[in-house]
Design a protein around this ligand. Structure first.
Ligand code: UT7
Length: 334
């Protein structure tokens, strides 16, 4: 018995992008009402001026649906054309059920739907999975969402995380294209550094659950800082080589918005020409983990720092440790 499989390879691209930024803007001053820190320290060490926290009526699923509707609109694709919905997140409150089936249903889709967990690198991982599905002919259209509600998973008195993390969602529709719009992905992991970014306590420790046990994200920020700007420069060059794109061919660089200083050091280590526009949405939006790359793309398009059709290098890294990067063509905005 021969198992049938699609053999016709096609090109894949991001056909449309949508985001959801929560309404409530939170200043450093507000963070420092609880945190032993200062606006000056936060800006100097991270570049962050403001971030957004979701309100009571802005759930992780609601933010995902809101971003997804705009992405579908921008792509001119109906929800019933979707073959798969992938949600990249670390802050869906339940391991079971996953968030993606609920997102798909809210959109009016019965597509296969799954969550993936690759920390702040989740969006770039999901983008690779989606592009591979479309290229192989397994699916025609795949919805990719990066979404986080980190404000629910933070200790507001933790000096290592409380000023960094934030909420938001970004979605793209990946579909067929005349030319390649998503390059091959350079990706990998280093589980020996699993302890660097964690959820504490783990689910195993919370059977007798009290409010005091509520899981929060903890991070050895300095360890990430020592690793990312150097390790990710190599990944950037791998992604460029895989795509056959030179540094001078790039219009934009959109790294995970971890910290403005990491972005600046990484850009220098990659050797980016000055002509390349750099995503700096962390200044306004904080670090939104899996949502940060699509949010940063949206900010660059909206502010006309980059344009639809531009060639951009994406790089994301975080808990795992996990990382992924690829060269893409920037999509239209919903
Ligand atoms: O997105 C997933 C991946 N995550 C990241 O990429 C985050 C990467 N790491 C970072 O962004 C940075 O490590 C932080 C912004 C988290 C911290 O910056 P840092 O330059 O690594 O600070 P540090 O932890 O080395 O602390 C420097 C000093 C210390 O004081 P002394 O010992 O020099 O006197 C800390 O006690 O700053 C002090 N400090 C603070 N002061 C005010 C540490 N945290 C704070 C704080 N407010 N929140």
């Amino acid at each position: 018995m021969r198992i049938e499989q699609p053999v016709e390879m096609t090109h894949a691209a991001m056909l449309g992008l949508g985001v959801h930024r929560p309404e409530r803007v939170v200043t450093n001053e507000e963070i420092c009402e609880v945190l032993d820190s200062s606006d000056e320290w936060i800006q100097t060490r991270s570049g962050i001026r403001t971030r957004r926290f979701a309100g009571e009526d802005e759930t992780l699923i609601g933010m995902s649906v809101s971003a997804a509707r705009k992405a579908l609109d921008a792509a001119g694709v109906d929800a019933d054309q979707l073959g798969c919905v992938i949600v990249a997140t670390s802050t869906h409150p339940e391991h079971t059920p996953a968030s993606a089936p609920q997102v798909a249903t809210a959109l009016g889709s019965t597509a296969a739907a799954l969550d993936i967990s690759a920390g702040c690198a989740g969006f770039c991982h999901a983008l690779n999975l989606a592009a591979s599905m479309v290229r192989s002919g397994a699916e025609t259209h795949v919805l990719v969402i990066g979404v986080e509600q980190l404000s629910r998973f933070m200790d507001p008195t933790d000096r290592g995380t409380a000023f960094i993390f934030a909420d938001g969602a970004g979605a793209v529709v990946v579909g067929p294209s005349d030319a390649p719009g998503i390059g091959p992905t350079a990706w990998g992991s280093d589980g020996s550094q699993a302890h660097v970014i964690t959820q504490t306590p783990s689910c195993m420790g919370t059977r007798a659950h009290t409010d005091a046990d509520h899981p929060v994200v903890q991070m050895e920020g300095t360890a990430v800082f020592r690793w990312a700007p150097f390790a990710m420069a190599k990944v950037a060059h791998q992604a460029l080589e895989l795509a056959g794109v030179g540094l001078d061919d790039l219009d934009a660089f959109v790294p995970h918005q971890a910290n403005l200083r990491i972005t600046q050091t990484l850009a220098k280590n990659i050797g980016l020409p000055e002509s390349v526009a750099i995503g700096t949405d962390v200044v306004d939006s904080g670090n939104t983990s899996a949502a940060s790359v699509p949010l940063a793309i949206e900010a660059m398009l909206r502010k006309e720092e980059a344009a639809v059709g531009d060639t951009a290098l994406l790089i994301a890294f975080g808990a795992g440790l996990s990382y992924a990067g690829q060269v893409v063509t920037l999509p239209p905005l919903g």
